[in-house]
Design a protein around this ligand. Structure first.
Ligand code: NAD
Ligand code: UD1
Length: 336
């Protein structure tokens, strides 16, 4: 199967491309490189022995998309391309709606023109807004607390309408919880530009000496140790979820939504300790005030993905920390 992977040189896309190749499927990447480096391709080749086809371009370029879909005889699309910094989305909402919402509409229109009707879309647990009833099931109410989250919710709604309008579409929205970790080779991993927004890459940069200390955003939440609780999922398990979703979607029409999480929550302090163990260092931290927009706790009910997709997260918290450390210590400054 030939699969167009938008955003395929990014963090989750690159790990998914490795698994697609290992399964014998052929990824064709389109990426503007706005948040990734071209050297990712060599790393994928080092791991798999195959360099994936790559097109540098933007998903908002309708002509280019149609050309790639036709020339490569694409059968299905995984749509990772998007911007994901919550804070930036609040200060630059139009940039986020243009890239994430308009980009998705252009992609689906090009797919329609080329009669490619199978799509897997990167959604996020952020669509559950500030829900308090845990664990989160797919039918929980959705809402958005920032433009990034709103853009994911809008695309989910557009997808639902598209599937209603024409039953030949098969579209799966995967709601990721908190992706962390890296490929066990240490060759590919998460490489945020600038100061990391997320916990795990920040911890990794403290461990490697690029940052002085972690700021723990709040220790007065209604959680066992007072710090925020999240459902961290290894990126390899997450990537595998895309292959299961594709295998399920192929030939099965309609709109499908799945949580991809472990079903377990861990606190910031638990993560700090687990990462300290993996890197063999005591990591400095200080308690800071809560980050605006954060919820106390969020974890998935992953049952639906298990029963319908036959997918289950397998990797442990130790795997997540060890693999992140392996990647970060081998690549202290990220990709060349
Ligand atoms: P990433 O930034 O590493 O990867 C996204 C890739 O898309 C980058 O390589 C970037 O260059 C590319 N891109 C962005 N806009 C583009 C455009 N208009 N045209 C072509 N390429 C473009 O991010 P990631 O962590 O791999 O996330 C992938 C997807 O998963 C995103 O849609 C993100 O919103 C979603 N998601 C991520 C997380 C997370 O914590 N990482 C959680 C939930 C959902
Ligand atoms: C954040 C986004 C969410 C997005 C997700 C992608 C916000 C408010 N939410 O989720 O929309 O889908 O990333 O993975 O930005 N923490 C610290 N210190 C830090 C960084 C984080 O204490 O330097 C804490 C946070 O308060 C939280 C936990 O660590 O309790 C996880 O934070 P993070 O990795 O940013 O993920 P989310 O907030 O769940």
């Amino acid at each position: 199967m030939k699969i167009l992977v938008t955003g395929g040189t990014g963090y989750i896309g690159s790990h998914t491309c490795v698994q697609l190749i290992e399964k014998g499927w052929q990824p064709v990447i389109i990426d503007s490189l706005v948040n990734s480096k071209i050297s990712v391709l060599e790393r994928i080749e080092k791991i798999t022995g195959t360099r994936p086809a790559f097109v540098e371009g933007d998903v908002r370029d309708a002509d280019l998309l149609q050309k790639v879909l036709r020339e490569h005889a694409i059968e299905a699309v995984i749509h990772f391309a998007g911007l994901k910094a919550v804070g930036e989305s609040i200060s630059m909402p139009l940039k986020y709606y243009d890239n994430n919402v308009h980009g998705s509409v252009v992609l689906m229109e090009a797919m329609k023109q080329c009669n490619v009707k199978t799509l897997v879309f990167s959604s996020s647990a952020t669509v559950y807004g500030d829900a308090t009833k845990m664990p989160l099931k797919e039918d929980a109410p959705t809402s958005a607390t920032n433009p990034y989250g709103q853009s994911k919710l809008m695309v989910e709604k557009i997808i639902a309408d598209l599937c209603t309008s024409n039953p030949s579409w098969s579209i799966t929205a995967l709601r990721y919880f908190n992706p962390v970790g890296a490929h066990e080779s240490g060759l590919i991993g998460e490489d945020p530009q600038g100061i990391p927004n997320n916990l795990m890459p920040f911890l990794a940069q403290v461990a490697v000496g690029r940052r002085e200390e972690l700021q723990v955003f709040g220790n007065d939440y209604q959680t066992p140790d007072g710090t925020g609780v999240r459902d961290y999922i290894h990126v390899i398990d997450l990537a595998q979820g895309h292959l299961c979703a594709l295998a399920h979607a192929h030939g099965k029409a309609g709109y499908h939504v799945f949580n991809l999480g472990t079903g377990k929550g861990n606190s910031v302090l638990e993560m700090l300790n687990a990462f300290g163990k993996a890197c063999g260092k005591k990591l400095k931290y200080k308690i800071a005030s809560r980050r605006p927009g954060d919820v106390a706790a969020s974890w998935a009910d992953p049952q639906k993905a298990q029963s319908v997709l036959n997918w289950k997260a397998e990797k442990s918290m130790d795997d997540m920390c060890q693999d992140t450390w392996h990647w970060q210590s081998q690549n202290p400054n990220g990709y060349p």
